[in-house]
Ligand binder design. Structure first.
Ligand SMILES: [Mg+2]
Length: 264
């Protein structure tokens, strides 16, 4: 497991990439220490960017939520899996490429904004995010398209999402159904893959060694941070950590963002 955080072990923090749910808020409630720490970083001129696997909220939704907590940010401070998925598709496909989308309106908008055509007829790519109106018919169209050669892509691999009363299946659970039926390995956009971290780093313009990746989940946030070469910090304000020895451990484990020394 990670070493005990000691002030001298920390890099001089020049930039921050951070998860949202479980780090800055839990559901609708702000995590006050985190909000104040980001306010301090802003005042100190330390740039930061939030990365979220959740494809059901747009960057604008995130801005509105954080602004309501008193944290002044703009859409430049937010990288979503939906927008990253659209950018990733455009890296290898021209405008007008046919895409079948299973997901929330924010995912459909991101795909349409990238000049891709949303259709269930002969798509080149099937992209799947969390869809609370999933049906057998949508799964049938996806499986059939993948069997006919379409690429299968998922916004994120999250299997479970916490709800006020328990859990619900995440995007990864439904993605797995299609991948299993069609016997393919999907391309994953969100954490633990590095696509969103790379997008955030290119916005920050900071050095990897002096940029933190902060998150509450080892399987997604910490793996993505470690793979991208960032100093990876687990904060225990969100989902209870799972101790899986096959996964890379965080560099630091803290219970409040205020434990991060931001200057020497
Ligand atoms: Mg989280």
């Amino acid at each position: 497991m990670a070493k005990i955080a000691h002030a001298l072990d920390w890099p001089l923090v020049e930039g921050v990439v951070s998860d949202l749910d479980g780090v800055v808020y839990r559901g609708k409630a702000a995590i006050q220490d985190a909000v104040e720490t980001f306010q301090d970083w802003r005042a100190a001129g330390i740039p930061y960017c939030f990365v979220t696997n959740n494809s059901t909220h747009s960057a604008g939704d995130v801005v509105a939520k954080l602004n309501s907590f008193g944290l002044e940010i703009t859409e430049d401070n937010v990288v979503t899996s939906a927008v990253t998925a659209a950018q990733l598709i455009r890296q290898s496909h021209p405008a007008g490429t046919r895409i079948y989308v299973i997901g929330a309106p924010s995912l459909k908008k991101a795909i349409a904004d990238a000049e891709l055509e949303i259709t269930d007829e002969n798509p080149a790519v099937v992209i799947m995010g969390l869809d609370r109106e999933i049906t057998h018919e949508k799964l049938r169209i996806a499986v059939d398209a993948v069997l006919k050669g379409a690429q299968l892509m998922g916004t994120n691999p999250d299997l479970l999402l916490p709800t006020p009363t328990g859990f619900e299946p995440g995007a990864g659970a439904i993605l797995t159904a299609v991948a299993t039926a069609a016997r393919v390995k999907p391309i994953i956009v969100g954490k633990p893959e590095v696509h969103m971290i790379e997008a955030a780093l290119s916005r920050l313009g900071t050095d990897r060694a002096s940029t933190l990746m902060i998150g509450d989940q080892i399987p997604t946030d910490i793996q993505a941070g470690k793979r991208a070469g960032l100093c990876s910090v687990l904060v225990t304000t969100g989902v209870p950590p799972v101790n899986d020895p096959t996964l890379q451990a965080p560099d630091f484990v803290i219970s409040s963002l205020k434990q991060i020394p931001s200057a020497r």
